[in-house]
Design a protein around this ligand. Structure first.
Ligand code: SF4
Length: 297
């Protein structure tokens, strides 16, 4: 249990449940800095400099943050979590196997509603049979559908693959384009897929808002948006652009291994100290440690 949680626990005990009910907030001063923590999933209340109503400057600073922290505090806390996740997952990476941009586009299209492990089982034969956009564009649909059937939604995915390959041949000379505005014109390619390709095949920083990234961003109080594009913009504003791709990998790793959708393993979480949603899952370290997954994709 982190120091913050011990303090929260002890203050809760000393005051009883208190006037905020279970949404008691505690401002802590640690190592010269402050941050707010809480014991629920509700937003943290705005803090005030002298008690009572927040002053105008505080209101202006807190208005845009979902937790009620100041913007500065939110950025600091977000980056603290980011640094800790980088230490926790030093090998975080795109878990889809690929050797070139086209292969990554194909694998990412297939990964919709499917695990990366499953996609990685299917793609070697696919890449061997269709080594470039022209061969994929000319693929026999029935044959292609059979090859990708186990990834689910295979008819729609076959449509996307054929449409994408044709568009690349007709409009981009057979090469995957390197710009977001071009990538998103390809059939089956939305911003999520485009950011995966930009970040991992072209080294252009991009935030990949998949189900894990969205869920964790909201649990961290970095955003309260549901729409992936809005999540991308709001979370992107908290971090330097150069960190976007690795941040995406680290959040996705954490979501797959610890911060699960239904029962996050809070008691074994390395960023619990800075997470406003601590307590959504078991906090007992022994119980939580058994829930941690390794080597999943
Ligand atoms: S596991 Fe719990 S403490 Fe960790 S990030 Fe998820 S909700 Fe927060």
């Amino acid at each position: 249990m982190g120091l913050a949680h011990q303090l929260v626990g002890s203050v809760s005990f000393a005051l009883g449940i208190g006037p905020w009910g279970k949404y008691l907030n505690v401002r802590l001063t640690l190592s010269g800095g402050t941050y707010a923590n809480r014991v629920s999933t509700r937003p943290i209340r705005p803090t005030t400099s002298g008690g009572g109503k927040p002053d105008a400057a505080e209101q202006a600073q807190t208005a845009a943050t979902p937790t009620g922290e100041t913007r500065t505090a939110l950025v600091r806390r977000a980056r603290r979590i980011g640094r800790e996740l980088a230490l926790t997952y030093p090998d975080a990476h795109c878990e889809l196997n690929f050797d070139n941009p086209l292969q990554l586009v194909i694998a990412t299209i297939l990964s919709a509603q499917c695990t990366d492990v499953r996609v990685n089982l299917v793609t070697p034969a696919l890449f061997a049979k269709y080594p470039d956009a022209a061969s994929l564009a000319a693929a026999d649909r029935a044959e292609l559908e059979t090859m990708i059937q186990s990834t689910g939604f295979f008819r729609a995915k076959a449509n996307s693959l054929l449409g994408m390959a044709n568009a690349i041949c007709e409009r981009y000379g057979g090469e995957v384009p390197r710009r977001m505005k071009d990538l998103v014109t390809l059939p089956g390619v939305g911003r999520k897929t485009a950011n995966v390709v930009l970040g991992n095949a072209f080294d252009v920083p991009g935030i990949t808002v998949d189900t894990h990234f969205g869920r964790l961003s909201r649990r961290f109080g970095w955003t309260d948006q549901i729409d992936p594009e809005k999540v991308e913009v709001e979370v992107g504003s908290l971090f330097p652009r150069k960190d976007w791709t690795m941040l995406s990998h680290e959040l996705i790793f954490h979501g797959r291994r610890c911060c699960f959708a239904r029962r996050p393993a809070c008691g074994a979480c390395t960023v619990a100290k800075w997470c406003p949603s601590y307590g959504e899952g078991p906090t007992d370290p022994k119980v939580a440690a058994k829930m941690i997954k390794t080597g999943v994709a």
